[in-house]
Design a protein around this ligand. Structure first.
Ligand code: SF4
Length: 469
């Protein structure tokens, strides 16, 4: 079937339990290609400086996106898979900010000061672990060293248990206009089982305060598959969240991998919902979100049709990066703080993950990158194909062929062969023009993307990834 790739209605999604059951395996989330586990220690501070030199030498530079990782949390959520530091010692953030400030100064000195910053994101951890004075200080350090575009998207991850109206007002005053709020599930039984007791009223008050302060796009994070979760309980959570009308909703699947994430060892296996229940919760969530008018953006993300993400997807401008989906395809990413991953031209680099190592490296006047990757021409080609699948659910053979100087069907003959069973099962339509992921294949889009992942195909090291659903 020759489906024109511009005519695939990307926001649509349909749930097919049989397909999900058949293809529910292990797979990367493709926030980058190659994935971070392919980074090597052959790429360190010297290679990052070289990438920054090439950026400066390359004429007018790409705009910038900035990411700051703020790792502190004062309690631990048992499902957590983030790189965080659990502590009640509020003084630890002051020392951390001192080092992040030094990293900001060093990296800022390596880029053209006039490059506009189009995006800023603070993630964690819990960014609002910082005191009001520290939040202001960090914002000032960034604004002192970089030229923010007037319409820059500035977003922050919020734990509503740590934020009141005054903090929300402060966040608006220091330039934030987008907010991502962790909810997971309002069911008190589930909250007890994951050690995250968070009242509905305090959560909704944060969302209201953000609207009153003019935040343009609010995102709520939900997780299905948590211990003690029930269809009825999660249904009630969905109703309350939908009633609050956030522009975006992220619906993550809980992956229980306690050998990788220590806090998960405190979750009782017997309390996890059975696979059938977990699937039923997912189906319910998709039904409710789509009935409420949310468009499916891809990989866990839904957005109201008038939200920038949905608009960008319809125009083919959506991009996927380490923070999920974004409307800015063309930015270089400077990342600060422990474990943060940056992207400069054809390179990725990741900072050291432990505080002591990070501090020691900065004390030695060296950048804290410990591993990274320089993409080959083949990597960049595959990155474009995987991006197209993840963001538009479609690959246009002619467009990719032209951009990379290849004949798609010859270059990817093996991959197109490997797509055949997926096409027979109805996940994709493959024509002479391109690949279109069908509405019922979209939930499994990373299964399709994995076909184009050269390293995965070569090594079949799938055991380390979270489940597709
Ligand atoms: S889920 Fe978020 S708030 Fe909870 S421990 Fe992990 S990083 Fe901290």
């Amino acid at each position: 079937m020759d489906t024109p790739v511009h005519d695939i209605h990307p926001g649509l999604l349909s749930f097919d339990a049989d397909l999900v059951r058949k293809y529910d395996g292990l797979g990367p989330r493709y926030t980058s290609y190659p994935t971070a586990d392919r980074f090597t220690d052959a790429f360190g501070p010297a290679e990052l400086l070289q990438a920054l030199r090439e950026r400066r030498a390359g004429g007018p530079s790409q705009p910038l996106s900035l990411y700051v990782h703020l790792p502190f949390c004062d309690t631990v959520c048992f499902y957590c898979a983030c790189n965080k530091v659990v502590t009640r010692d509020r003084s630890r953030s002051a020392r951390y900010l001192d080092y992040v400030g030094r990293e900001i100064r060093t990296l800022a000195s390596q880029v053209d000061a006039s490059s506009p910053v189009r995006q800023l994101h603070w993630g964690g951890g819990t960014p609002t672990f910082l005191s009001p004075a520290e939040l202001s200080l960090l914002a000032r350090m960034l604004r002192d060293h970089f030229a923010f575009a007037g319409d820059a998207e500035c977003s922050i991850e919020i734990d509503p248990r740590k934020v009141d109206r005054d903090t929300v007002a402060l966040l608006a005053a220091i330039g934030f206009n987008r907010m991502s709020v962790g909810v997971q599930d309002f069911d008190p039984d589930v909250q007890k089982a994951v050690n995250r007791i968070q009242g509905e009223a305090e959560t909704l008050a944060v969302l209201e305060a953000a609207r009153a302060q003019g935040f343009r796009s609010l995102n709520v994070d939900l997780i299905y598959g948590l211990p003690r979760q029930t269809i009825a309980g999660f249904g009630a959570t969905l109703d309350k969240v939908i009633a609050a009308a956030p522009e975006r909703i992220a619906l993550y699947s809980y992956a229980h991998v306690p050998h990788l994430f220590k806090p998960q060892r405190r979750i009782a296996l017997a309390e996890l919902p059975a696979p059938g229940t977990k699937l039923a919760i997912l189906e319910l969530a998709i039904d409710r979100l789509t009935a409420a008018g949310y468009a499916y953006i891809g990989m866990d993300h839904f957005a109201r049709p008038d939200d920038e993400l949905a608009l960008a997807q319809r125009k083919g401008h959506l991009h996927r990066n380490f923070q999920g989906y974004s409307t800015h395809a063309d930015c270089d990413l400077l990342a600060f703080g422990i474990s943060a991953i940056g992207k400069i031209g054809p390179t990725y680099s990741q900072n050291l993950r432990k505080l002591d190592e990070y501090y020691a490296r900065i004390d030695a006047d060296r950048l804290p990158a410990f591993r990274g990757y320089r993409l080959s021409a083949d990597d960049m080609l595959r990155r474009d194909v995987i991006q197209a699948l993840m963001c538009s659910f479609a690959v246009d053979f002619a467009a990719i062929g032209e951009a990379h100087g290849i004949a798609f069907d010859r270059y990817f003959a093996k991959e197109l062969d490997a797509l055949r069973p997926l096409a027979e099962d109805g996940l994709v339509d493959v024509s002479s023009l391109g690949i279109a992921v069908t509405p019922r294949g979209r939930l499994l889009v990373r299964t399709v993307a994995m076909v184009f992942d050269r390293y995965l195909r070569e090594t079949r090291e799938q055991a380390r990834y979270s489940r597709v659903i």
